[in-house]
Design a protein around this ligand. Structure first.
Ligand SMILES: [Zn+2]
Length: 322
């Protein structure tokens, strides 16, 4: 007990109510005040190592503890100078923010539903290291599906014009894995405003069957159908890292928002930005079209976090706590 008392004294806390004091810090740090309140007591929160350090200790804020498959949580570690999060063996980078470090953790379509642990490793300005084990529960997403009937190929159809295009997926995968300095700022915005002639024609994660076959796969983005030529806007600040005609997604623009967050916009009729261009949230990057493998004018919008494709619509409605 004496050791514990000295440890607390070094932190400026008393034996009278360390939990209450820490709880107060947590509530002050978290405007919503809910993620922190349910967490464990002192030993879990201050997992030792940085003995002798001064100043406030890192405090975790998790926006949401029951993410869906294909969802994401916003994670902040206040008072930390660096941190990474790990779940299901994947590492999500966190980037400097106004109060410490922050970022997103994505959950894939195949992540198993049920309890899981979000592990966070953080360090502070004087070399203290801290580890947190945050309980979360992944919820099963009820996927939508689309049964597609296609006519058999026409043997008399002329060959497609122009040189054959390489499938773009390997290059997209490589781009989605990159981590550059953070540019994004909350909130994220929808590429094409819904309403009128613009509607969601395909949800993220949707499964498809062709000509009566089994429903398989998961749609990697959100399809928004809109009249040809409708402006398409980037969901957040960033740098254009790809802008070209591709085999599947047609005219495609990829924007790197930094901190491991990237978005892509496919089937455009025209692209209005080139690689290297800095864009601001809501800036027009192209126009709705039906290029590539597409059955009608729409934008295919993907959002990736540390290489994991997630449902962009969930980033817009506040249901994930950010
Ligand atoms: Zn699509």
């Amino acid at each position: 007990m004496a050791t514990r008392r000295r440890f607390l004294a070094a932190l400026g806390l008393s034996m009278a109510g360390p939990g209450a004091i820490l709880g107060g810090l947590a509530r002050a740090a978290d405007g919503r005040g809910r993620a922190i309140a349910s967490q464990g007591a002192l030993p879990h929160r201050l997992a030792v190592p940085g003995v002798g350090t001064d100043g406030p200790r890192p405090v975790i804020r998790v926006s949401f503890r029951t993410p869906f498959q294909g969802g994401a949580v916003y994670l902040a570690v206040d008072h930390a100078t660096a941190a990474t999060a790990r779940v299901f063996g994947r590492v999500s980078p966190l980037s400097p923010g106004p109060r410490g470090v922050e970022g997103f953790v994505g959950f894939g379509v195949a992540d198993p539903p049920g309890p899981a642990v979000l592990e966070v490793a953080a360090s502070d300005a004087v070399g203290g290291t801290f580890r947190f084990a945050e309980p979360i529960t992944v919820r099963e997403t009820p996927w939508t599906w689309d049964d597609i009937w296609l006519p058999p190929p026409d043997p008399d159809a002329p060959p497609p014009e122009g040189p054959p295009l390489e499938p773009e997926q390997p290059r997209l995968d490589a781009l989605y894995a990159r981590v550059t300095p953070r540019q994004w700022e909350l909130p994220f915005v929808i590429p094409v405003e819904l309403g009128g002639d613009a509607w969601v024609s395909g949800y993220f994660g949707e499964q498809r069957s062709f000509n009566g076959g089994p429903r398989t796969g998961h749609h990697g983005g959100t399809d928004i159908a809109a009249p040809p030529g409708t402006p398409v806007r980037t969901t957040n600040h960033g740098t254009v890292v790809m802008s070209e005609l591709t085999l599947v997604r047609g005219n495609l623009v990829v924007v790197d928002h930094g901190g491991g967050v990237l978005s892509c916009y496919g089937h455009l009729s025209e692209r209005s930005v080139e690689v290297g261009r800095s864009v601001r949230r809501g800036e027009v990057i192209g126009r709705v079209g039906s290029t590539g493998l597409s059955s009608g004018p729409h934008v295919h919008w993907e959002l990736a976090v540390a290489g994991v494709l997630v449902d962009g619509l969930r980033w817009l409605d506040g249901t994930q706590g950010f």
